[in-house]
Design a binder for this molecule. Sequence first.
Ligand code: GDP
Ligand code: MG
Ligand code: K
Length: 299
Amino acid sequence: EQQAADGYRCGFIAIVGRPNVGKSTLMNHLIGQKISITSKKAQTTRHKVTGIYTDDTAQFVFVDTPGFQTDHRNALNDRLNLNVTEAMSGVDAVAFVVEAMRFTEADRTVLKQLPNKIPVVLVVNKIDKDKAKDKHALNAFIDQVRQEFDFAAAEVVSAKHGLRIANLLETLKPFLPESVPMYPEDMVTDKSSRFLAMEIVREKLFRYLGEELPYAMNVEVEQFKEENGMFHIYIAVLVDKENQKPIVIGRGGEKLKKISTEARLDMEKLFDCKVFLKVWVKVKSGWADDVRFLNELGL
Ligand code: GDP
Ligand code: MG
Ligand code: K
């Protein structure tokens, strides 16, 4: 027998936009927990991450997308774009995120790839920035972007400062179908702890390596076990060439130590238990061009 929804809504919303508009930051604030990694560099998000927000009236299931890669082509970038297309199929609405006062060719490229049968809500992020403080200018910007596409609605937010997040949820809600919740109310993601641990390490790598290390780098969880109420996590950082190893490790192992300490603290907060974390560096050449290897990584 089917349960009555009684006005309750539940559905999927894809968070889409060019790199660095703040999709992952927004996702974390929407669900109130850090499950999607963020950084100043583009392409830090390689997997789609599902985040779930549940309240008394609705359950929102968000799909964070890796962002469209438009410049150089290799197996990794092709796979990233495929994941985006997959993430968008079967959602009830798309949240198209742009940066306030900045609409670029890259934004337009993403917009052109959106399916036209699904409602798209324009989300203007980073309204905390100085250049967005002039209300008239901000409204003119919104009008300008609305000329580009037939948006179903528009909202402004500051993901970083958690501003107007509740308003955004209210704007998105009518696009969810009436349905009973699909996930338990205390569930915030369908990603495993193992996956989240890997993402946290990847975030720290991007943060502390700055421009030094290219995207030919990945992380692999070699072991993840729970023992006496404590997580024991062993993670390998894969680099393309031998000479990239010292860049990650740093002088006297300083950099790697900082990366693993910060990652451990984040994990302890997220998993709400003590974590033993070991991170080390391994060389695996040419991995970014090796499709079979990408498959092994689940990309
Ligand atoms: P993504 O590539 O679209 O997932 O973008 P991220 O969430 O990784 O964010 C990219 C950068 O923009 C990071 O440095 C964020 O801190 C920053 N950012 C995200 N949202 C905001 C915001 O509302 N205001 C400001 N000032 N910066 C933001
Ligand atoms: Mg991201
Ligand atoms: K980013």
